[in-house]
Design a protein around this ligand. Structure first.
Ligand SMILES: NC(=O)C1=CN([C@@H]2O[C@H](COP(=O)(O)OP(=O)(O)OC[C@H]3O[C@@H](n4cnc5c(N)ncnc54)[C@H](O)[C@@H]3O)[C@@H](O)[C@H]2O)C=CC1
Ligand SMILES: O=C(O)C(=O)COP(=O)(O)O
Length: 302
């Protein structure tokens, strides 16, 4: 287990007879593994857990799990995708902060530079266009919020025709378009697809070449959706105007990072899911899953 709510840990110990271990050093008899995004479930880890039956990913993304190895071992996976509100809110915060040039204005006034009022001009989100790539839980939430602000919503998703997506798009007054159309017509592009073999580097040089120079890119999904070399180049050559990024190429970051240090980059340390409410909610979901597994008993142990 790693980094889940204290309340949930206490409940698991008291009410579910769970023997809790903070980390895994050597071979272990655990049947259940609870992880967040920072633990890689690969052959090396699985071979330390010969009795493993279940993995709970405390969160949404499962790119840190080798699904083939997991299936080979007949291990079942559960996720707790309860973070749509908090990630959509973070994406909105980044859009607002970059568009309103909050960092520059705040720093200027702290230096006593009132002239920033005239020198550093922001933009309205109202009537600007927002391209949402990936219209799942998070993308859909963001579209509803952005519609209230008066943004024009463009959506790209490889499976656009399911009824939930169609219904949300209609509520958000969003239009499904191709990736190319989205990139050409968006003032803001926000990424909300999972990292898979099909999405790795989906934003590369050719895609940046389609972007409007005033475009800001928001990435709260996974760093590797964007080719890092193309990204640096796009920012340096002003193919795009800015970047909001919560997810990083090498996490954790403990040193000064060239990308993050750029003027037009706003970065946070992977906090999309890290709100007080979310951590509690994820803890509750973990308990629900374990309760369900205990109730099902042998059904899961055939
Ligand atoms: N910053 C953070 O702390 C967090 C980041 N995340 C990231 O956000 C991602 C999205 O989360 P959710 O919205 O909950 O996922 P979701 O599974 O609900 O939605 C993903 C959407 O992407 C679409 N998609 C998948 N592959 C595609 C492709 N090749 N082209 C176009 N569309 C494609 C799917 O059809 C689906 O509609 C997660 O996979 C995770 O990586 C999630 C939670 C917290
Ligand atoms: O749930 C996800 O996909 C996340 O990105 C959250 O990551 P974390 O568990 O906060 O490292």
């Amino acid at each position: 287990m790693s980094e889940i709510s204290d309340d949930a840990i206490q409940k698991l110990k008291k009410e579910h007879n769970v023997h809790y271990k903070e980390s895994l050093v050597e071979e272990d008899e655990a049947e259940l593994l609870i992880i967040r995004s920072n633990v890689y479930v690969d052959l090396a880890l699985l071979s330390k857990l010969p009795f493993l039956k279940f993995i709970i990913k405390a969160g949404s993304g499962i790119d840190n799990i080798d699904l083939d190895r997991m299936k080979e071992r007949d291990v079942r996976l559960f996720t707790t995708p309860v973070n749509a509100h908090s990630v959509a809110e973070l994406a909105l915060l980044m859009i607002l902060a970059l568009r309103k040039r909050l960092g520059r204005l705040n720093a200027a006034l702290k230096e006593g530079n009132w002239n920033a009022k005239y020198e550093v001009k922001g933009h309205n989100l109202y009537k600007s266009s927002l391209g949402i790539i990936g219209y799942g839980n998070i993308g859909r939430k963001l579209s509803l919020i952005a519609n209230v602000i008066g943004m024009k919503i463009l959506i790209y998703d490889h499976h656009p025709f399911d009824s939930i997506k169609q219904e949300h798009a209609s509520r958000a007054k969003g239009t499904f378009v191709s990736l190319e159309e989205l990139l050409m017509n968006s003032d803001t592009v926000s990424l909300h697809v999972p990292l898979t073999d099909g999405t790795r580097y989906m934003i590369d040089c050719p895609q940046f070449n389609l972007c409007r120079p005033n475009c800001i890119l928001i990435n709260t999904a996974r760093a590797d959706l964007v080719n890092p070399t193309a990204l640096q180049e796009a920012l340096l050559e002003k193919k795009i105007a800015g970047l909001g990024i919560d997810v990083h190429y090498h996490e954790p970051i403990h040193r000064i990072d060239a990308l993050i240090n750029m003027d037009n980059v706003l970065a946070t340390p992977h906090v999309g899911s890290q709100t007080v409410e979310n951590i509690e909610l994820i803890g509750e979901r973990i308990i629900d899953i374990i309760t369900m597994l205990n109730n099902k008993g042998d059904e899961y142990y055939e």
